[in-house]
Design a protein around this ligand. Sequence first.
Ligand code: PRX
Length: 630
Amino acid sequence: MDGNVDVKRGERVVRPPPSPGEGSRLGDWETAYARYREDPEGFWAAVAGELEWFRPWDRVREWRHPYARWFVNGALNITHNCLDRHASGDHRNKVALIWRGEEEGDEQVLTYRQLHREVMRFANALKNLGVGKGDTVCIYMPLVPEQIVAMLACARIGAVHSIVFGGFGASALHARIRDAKAKIIVTADVGYRRGKRVALKTIVDEAVVNAPSVERIIVLRRTRPELELYSELEVDYEECMAAADAFCPPEVMDAEDPLFILYTSGTTGTPKGIVHTCGGYMVGAYYTSQYVFDMRENDVYWCTADPGWITGHSYIVYGPLAAGATVLITETVPDHPDPGVWWRIIEDFGVTIFYTAPTAIRMFMKFGEEWPKRSSLDSLRLIGSVGEPLNPEAFEWYYRVIGGSACPVLDTWWQTETGMHMITTLAGEPMKPGFAGRPIPGVAADVVDREGNPVQPGVGGLLVITEPWPAMMRAVHNNDERYRQYWTTVNGYYTAGDLAVKDEDGYIMVLGRADDIIIVAGHNLGTAEVESALVSHEAVAEAAVIGIPDALKGQAVKAFVILRLGHAPSEKLKSDLVYHVRMSIGPIAMPSAIEFVESLPKTRSGKIMRRVLKAQEMGIDPGDISTLEE
Ligand code: PRX
């Protein structure tokens, strides 16, 4: 056992030696949290004051449950804080972005000055195509610098971006384009994955059929000979850039103007467009990047997510750039060409802060310690995790093998809807494997029963946020009722939809979702979304989907399928159905098992009782089945 491990109340507590450069600059959690509780608005005003505003706010917060406004009447542009602020001072030549392609040596580096210029130019390119404040731009790209340039260019001119992860299939992309009424789509001919090309443009071609809002498609052409563009709808990325002016002033945005829409799976078939606004989101993403990740001048920061997820929005792009960090991004996957690639990247670039997902950690555990041991990981000083519970075994491995028993492990709990980190264990604080930690200063969270009463330590309950916070979502696009539900289900608190348990010290262990969301390899999937993809296949009459435990992915999708008359079960049909789901939603939604059944357990009102299927599958008690039809 490590010398710095002690055992408290029967649990393991890990006390890391202070990371090189002491603990978090917030100070110890108790003091910082008390400072927040004494004066929540003063606390957030001080954070916001570290950024530059075109016009100061009149009031820090206006709370008319469940609608919040933060930094009321303040004016800003987030790209001014992410770019101009650094590019105009002595940070102009600091590296903002390092991109590493799939091949070793395939690299691009952009300083703050260079990134600033690229963004301004692309902002003008968008303007030239008629994009203005309030228009929606859909970005469907691989993980290349241009993806980030496109995002920031939208923010520069006040256009709302809606990024769709490049792993999504045509029908998922189509639904998001239509719901957001995207005017422009920015895409690329291909992405690279495991040495193979993924043809993104082909998927866009299919997705824009019957999407009347789309006026133009901007295509970044990476392959040679260049992909042909076949209609005047389609324009070349480089050509638009070449034709655009170099200077683009930042649009003056109200703090409550929308910054982006990002879709997340819902419990119904349609994804929810989560809307974030400029001011509060900027403050939340900056604060947590700066103080939770404890960003320092010489850090090389690497978050392995894709900007297509909220993790990428907040912790690849907006937060770290607002904090003036050097951000590494890469198109590589963790196991290609071999499972040592990420560790070589850490050694090669001297990465100091590393942020990844439990599913990746578990995959590395499976490959074995020899892979990370081949590289020097001594540059690391802080390592983080997000997306699903970091189970104690994975924590131990991550702490010991990757962190060299010397780095704080930050298991960060948050959501697309929260916009920023909410619960974690700050650097320097005792860590408890399996527990995300306590709410960060600035956040009020609790575990409660259905009536909203706090539960006793050790008793399971619902995870809620009891006070508004700056980076909270402001709306669900076109669905106010769904927005209100978040704040009206349990005693007026924000209900996260997660089950959790607290200990005597207030540490929170997140157990998983309380609803019909399955988290596969850290990605949210609504059961209804997968079911409707299955039912859209001609052989399927009805389908029910559940999450089953998976050692690597946390959960995997299992589907129960009733066939239409005239279709017989077969292995061929199973693989057809898997392929069908892959093409409609994307590889993450592919069922790992399909079972053909004659009937599905339902309530009298006709709702599928997935928990009964799940109980059968796992051989456990299904609980109350009094509403079951038969
Ligand atoms: O169930 C929780 C889980 O991921 C959900 C949010 O998913 P999404 O909006 O896609 O955002 C993921 C990245 C922020 C949560 O409701 N989750 C996220 N982080 C953790 C987690 N579960 C346990 N521990 C975490 N650290």
